[in-house]
Structure formats: structure tokens, C-alpha cells
Write a protein that binds this ligand. Structure first.
Ligand SMILES: *[C@@H]1O[C@H](CO)[C@@H](O)[C@H](O)[C@H]1NC(C)=O
Ligand SMILES: *[C@@H]1O[C@H](CO)[C@@H](O)[C@H](O)[C@H]1NC(C)=O
Ligand SMILES: [Cu+2]
Length: 388
């Protein structure tokens, strides 16, 4: 009796399943799920690698980095992070005025160092390790100069690939990095000039003006350095004093290039760093890719390959770039923590020697040079962190 009624129920269920319209699974949902699996593989690899350690980076002192809206980054952490960014932007600069007349605060020191190093550390073999340490140095200052105690946040743009205006990091609340720029109708496209003179035209999107809501509106935050990559450029090649508001132009067209399947393609299909770097800056053979499109979907300040750290979201974007790299490394750590690629100049212009593990990377006023070898692992040297 019981048995047969259960059986009838099951049969009814089975026919319902058969009768249901055939739904195509969303390939982006499937890709996001697969990325989560690969992330778990990476996390296990890092944690097993440090498990027995008594010294250096160990299970006791490793820091977890969280997505901006992850439940582990609570309101107190977000408020503390935003306050620490404002704090950095109120401390005096260490850059001498002769070196950069526009550098007025400690926050600006980072923008100057990035402007200075840009021709060496983009579209080159130094790109990934430079930005890994650059984000780390910023984190160190947030902690040591501005008493930040929470996790370092990242912005996983693959979660909001359909529209960056839906990302919590841009929701415009007090606990965001500010909203979109105010909409400016009939704006012209922005032409950006990359190192080596390569030009790209970025069409206007949904904003275009000053950030209109949240903690980085014109009354609370000022950009002083740049622009370098687009007109009208700031004085002294962008190192002069050029006070203005923070502008953004959030673009659902470019966020589409940071969709989960593009992240998966890099992590799952790339077998070497040539492929990883190509996926960062190219999408199907044309300029784009997850690194470039992360900048382009924010727009304006963030488009400026030199001065983009002027937008505080730069650090969350680059933490996510670092996260993708380290998840890729974590799939085959023995070989991928030894690999180098490329030369030490953007698009090898001017031509420079191949990068090796002993190639040195400069950080300007921020820190002494570091070798690629010192930055290739997130747990074996000075660095000690794990991404959620
Ligand atoms: C996103 O890109 C994919 C692949 O090029 C394309 O099929 C899709 O239509 C794009 N989506 C939007 C909203 O532009
Ligand atoms: C530099 O790297 C390229 C690509 O891997 C290689 O073909 C070339 O031989 C290398 N040059 C030197 C001097 O090692
Ligand atoms: Cu950069």
C-alpha cells in the first residue's frame, strides 16, 4: 500500500520531469560553479602547504581576503576600510614635490608610483607580480598608518557581469566605494593612449560625471594626479597638481567581458603565463579581457592605465586579478610557482631582456625593489594571504 503509493508518486514525478520544457542551463552559471570548484582546489592546496608550519606564513597568521559583499566582510569592516582610505588620503605625501607636484597625500604616493612604473609593468612579464605587491603595500599602509583591522576586500566583477551598476561595491550607499558618475548626455568617446603609443577608443556609457553618491563624492574626495592616458592631460605629464572630482562611467558593455566563462577560460584552459597574460588583456584576439575590461567597465579615471589608482576601486579590481592568478597557480603549484613570461617593458617596447625569477621590480617611493621570485607565491615569502 505504502510502497505502491510511493511508486505512483515517483512515476508521476518522472513523467513531470520528462514533460517539462527542456531548459538550457545558463552557461555562465555553470562556469561560475566550475570556478568555485577550482577555487576550492586552490584553497586546499594553500592550506595543506602551510599546515605544519611553525614559522613564517602559517595557519595561525594567514589573512583571508573577502569579496566586498561576502558575509564575512561585515558592515564594520566596510566602514573601517572606507575610513582607512580617507585616512591615507589625509596623511602627508612622502613623494618630494619636485618629483610630483600633485602628490599631496599618502594616497597620492601610490598613484605616483603607478604612473612612474606603468611603461614597465603593464602588458609585460612584470604585470602580475608588480600589482600583487602594489596591492599588498597599500594594504600594509591601511593597517599600519590608518589602523585598518579587517580583511582586504576584492571586487569579483564576474558576479555583476550583466551590469556593474548592480555590484554592491558601486551601490552608492555609505558602505560602498561610491556610485556611478552622474549621467552626462552627448559625451564624446574617450581615446586612451597606451604605452608605446597604441590608441583605443572607449565609447560613453551610463555615467560620465562626478561620482554622485556614497563616500567618494566631490565634497569628500578629490583626485589630484593625472590624467595621463587621455586628454586633457594633467600638468607635468600627469604628475602635476590637477584637483578635480572622481569620475566614473559604468559600462554593461565592458562588464560582459568579465563574465564567469572568461574567468573559467583563463583558469581552466591556460597552461602557461603567456596565455594567462593574453586572457588578461585580450578578448578573442581584440583588446579587452578580464583585466582591461575590469578597468573599462568603471570608466574615466579607471581607464587611465597610468593614473587609475586615483579611483579607490582600483585596489579591489587588482585584488581580484591577483585572485584569478593565484587560483590558476593553485591548480598546478609546483610548475606555476616557478613560471615567468615576457619581457620587462610594455609590449616589449622598447625591447628589453626576458623576465626571469631574478628580474627586479621597482616600486618607486613606496618600497625597495623586489624580485619576481619574492612575489610569485602568496604564502612562501613576505606575503601571507588566501582568497575566499
Ligand atoms: C556578451 O558577450 C557574448 C559573447 O560575445 C555575447 O554572446 C552576448 O550577447 C553579450 N551580451 C551582451 C549583453 O552584450
Ligand atoms: C626570450 O623568450 C622568448 C620566448 O620564450 C624566446 O624565444 C627567446 O629565445 C628568449 N630570449 C632569450 C635571450 O633568452
Ligand atoms: Cu596597473
Amino acid at each position: 500500500m505504502h510502497f505502491s503509493s510511493r511508486l505512483t508518486g515517483l512515476l508521476a514525478l518522472a513523467s513531470a520531469v520528462v514533460a517539462a520544457p527542456v531548459r538550457q542551463p545558463d552557461p555562465e552559471v555553470a562556469a561560475a560553479t566550475r570556478v568555485m570548484d577550482l577555487k576550492t582546489t586552490y584553497q586546499k592546496q594553500i592550506l595543506s602547504g602551510i599546515a605544519g608550519r611553525q614559522m613564517g606564513c602559517s595557519a595561525k597568521n594567514i589573512r583571508i581576503r573577502n569579496e566586498w559583499y561576502a558575509s564575512t566582510l561585515d558592515d564594520e569592516d566596510k566602514a573601517g576600510y572606507i575610513a582607512a582610505v580617507h585616512c591615507l588620503n589625509s596623511l602627508p605625501a612622502k613623494t618630494p614635490l619636485e618629483r610630483a607636484a600633485g602628490a599631496r597625500t599618502r594616497y597620492d604616493d601610490f598613484v605616483v608610483a603607478h604612473i612612474e612604473q606603468t611603461p614597465l609593468v603593464h602588458a609585460s612579464g612584470l604585470f602580475l607580480p608588480f600589482h600583487r605587491y602594489f596591492v599588498h603595500l597599500y594594504e600594509q599602509d591601511l593597517r599600519t598608518q590608518c589602523a585598518y583591522t579587517g580583511p582586504l576586500p576584492y571586487w569579483d566583477w564576474s558576479l555583476s557581469y550583466q551590469d556593474p551598476r548592480s555590484a554592491s561595491v558601486f551601490d552608492g550607499s555609505d558602505l560602498s566605494l561610491g556610485g556611478n558618475g552622474a549621467y552626462v548626455p552627448d559625451r564624446p568617446a574617450t581615446t586612451i593612449t597606451l604605452p608605446g603609443g597604441f590608441k583605443l577608443t572607449i565609447p560613453p556609457a551610463t555615467g560620465g560625471g562626478c561620482v554622485a553618491s556614497g563616500p567618494f563624492t566631490p565634497d569628500k574626495f578629490e583626485v589630484r594626479l593625472g590624467p595621463v592616458a587621455y586628454a586633457p592631460t594633467g600638468p607635468d605629464g600627469g604628475l602635476g597638481y590637477n584637483p578635480r572630482c572622481l569620475t566614473r562611467d559604468l559600462s554593461p558593455e565592458f562588464s560582459n567581458q568579465t563574465r564567469p566563462s572568461r574567468v573559467l577560460k583563463l583558469i581552466d584552459e591556460c597552461q602557461d603565463l603567456a596565455c594567462v597574460n593574453a586572457q588578461m588583456d585580450m578578448a578573442d584576439g581584440v583588446p579587452g579581457g578580464i583585466h582591461a575590461a575590469g578597468h573599462w567597465q568603471v570608466g574615466l579615471e579607471a581607464l587611465d592605465i597610468y593614473a587609475s589608482p586615483a579611483d579607490p576601486v582600483f585596489y579591489l579590481h587588482h585584488a581580484q586579478i591577483d585572485r584569478v592568478w593565484t587560483i590558476w597557480q593553485g591548480q598546478k603549484p609546483a610548475e606555476r610557482n616557478m613560471q615567468v613570461w615576457g619581457t620587462g617593458t610594455a609590449l616589449n617596447e622598447p625591447p628589453s631582456p626576458n623576465v626571469t625569477l631574478d628580474s627586479m621590480i621597482e616600486f618607486g617611493i613606496l618600497a625597495p625593489p623586489k624580485s619576481v621570485r619574492e612575489l610569485i607565491s602568496t604564502v612562501d615569502g613576505e606575503l601571507c594571504y588566501l582568497y575566499e
